[in-house]
Design a binder for this molecule. Structure first.
Ligand SMILES: C[S@@+](CC[C@H](N)C(=O)[O-])C[C@H]1O[C@@H](n2cnc3c(N)ncnc32)[C@H](O)[C@@H]1O
Length: 168
């Protein structure tokens, strides 16, 4: 999850470190900080961010309601949430967003998501041996299991770009 601060990075109160040399290289030096946290315990102050974003991680979160409440807490009124994730029941997600204080603005399926995802899974299965050598057998086994099992479930959970706004 990433968040866009309402103040300059040097004024944030949570434990963090600047991007350093990597940040300078990426052009984010002085504008971005890195901090370790959890979806439902970010360590960020209430109403301290203008927006939060997340790429393909929300589907893994066990307590989704707590995660949405935490995002609503840190952005404050008028703040935005943008995330991509796989959504089995859009109505359920919309309810969870509303309960946390968000209004759903848009929920479009991302272009060609299934085709792209299937290409990744085919690549994982085709390159199982070099993958094991690169990241170790344990981590590779997790990816291989997902590449085998997930395609059957994809039609029931399209990948969507969710945009929501925190209500007053
Ligand atoms: C599919 S990866 C996506 C990572 C990255 N956003 C990307 O696009 O490459 C999902 C990530 O969600 C993280 N994750 C799962 N549950 C989490 C939680 N409760 N709090 C923070 N991160 C979590 C996992 O550690 C994993 O790195």
């Amino acid at each position: 999850m990433s968040a866009e601060s309402r103040s300059s990075p040097s004024r944030t109160r949570h434990p963090s470190r600047s991007c350093g040399a990597g940040g300078a290289h990426a052009g984010t030096s002085g504008r971005a900080t890195f901090a370790l946290g959890n979806f439902d315990r970010t360590g960020l102050s209430s109403d301290s961010q203008r927006a939060v974003m997340s790429v393909d991680a929300f589907w893994m979160v066990l307590n989704k309601s707590a995660a949405l409440c935490e995002m609503a807490r840190i952005v404050g009124h008028g703040g935005r949430l943008a995330m991509t994730t796989w959504v089995p029941r859009l109505d359920e997600l919309e309810n969870m967003l509303r309960t946390a204080g968000f209004r759903l603005i848009s929920s479009a399926q991302t272009p060609r998501w299934r085709e792209r995802q299937m290409a990744v899974y085919r690549g994982i299965l085709r390159n199982r041996v070099p993958l094991e050598q690169e990241i170790g057998p344990g981590a590779a086994a997790v990816l291989v299991a997902e590449a085998r099992d997930a395609p059957a479930r994809l039609s029931g959970a399209p990948r969507r770009l969710i945009v929501a706004e925190r209500q007053a």
